[in-house]
Design a protein around this ligand. Structure first.
Ligand SMILES: Cc1cc2nc3c(=O)[nH]c(=O)nc-3n(C[C@H](O)[C@H](O)[C@H](O)COP(=O)(O)O)c2cc1C
Length: 172
């Protein structure tokens, strides 16, 4: 039983520099493994919210080695969960350990729930339900400032950028 109610994206009163950059978010998606739905999640602090193609959108950046990427790639939808500066310890754990190695959702103590069939967390203060629109891997040749390559990609593990429509916004 969750206690969220829906608002419009326009009503979202969020400073994204604070909420994404400083307080972080969880990207959560689900896929079937052996015929059963399984969720995975990871912490993200790079990304944005904006307006593109006449839609309210989220931009998320996922490196190729993240287990969560497999879940996001297998699903049309995923959630972005915000905790308003709370649950930083849990998010630090979820951003250090891979779901390939541990049942990290269970170990984090966060409570998995679903809104419209999309996995998200009961403890979140804001949940964005996102539908993928566009995915592309960042290209080395396209960096206008090439110092970012050595600074952020010493392994050349360029992020995939996901542009997703924010279908629904839920708050507590
Ligand atoms: C504060 C913080 C922010 C992070 N931001 C991102 C991000 O934006 N994109 C990304 O690919 N990984 C990011 N990570 C790393 C992933 O969360 C981390 O590698 C995680 O363990 C992946 O888990 P998974 O393999 O279960 O998907 C971040 C980690 C932390 C701690």
């Amino acid at each position: 039983m969750n206690h969220f109610h829906e608002i419009s994206a326009n009503e979202l009163n969020t400073n994204v520099f604070q909420s994404i950059g400083k307080e972080w978010m969880l990207i959560c998606a689900e896929k079937e493994i052996d015929g059963k739905p399984v969720a995975n999640t990871m912490t993200a602090s790079w990304g944005g919210l904006g307006h593109l193609w006449n839609k309210d959108v989220a931009f998320t950046f996922i490196r190729p080695q993240r287990y969560t990427k497999e879940f996001v790639d297998h699903s049309d939808t995923f959630s972005l969960c915000f905790f308003g500066g709370d649950k930083m310890q849990e998010m630090t754990y979820l951003g250090r350990i891979s779901g390939r190695d541990e049942d990290k959702i269970q170990k984090s103590g966060l409570t998995l729930t679903h809104i419209d069939g999309v996995p998200c967390f009961e403890e979140a203060t804001t949940v964005l339900i996102c539908r993928k629109l566009y995915v592309q891997t960042l290209k080395e040749d396209c960096f206008a400032d090439s110092s970012l390559i050595s600074a952020c990609y010493p392994l050349k593990d360029f992020h995939d950028v996901y542009v997703s429509e924010i279908q629904k916004v839920f708050v507590k």
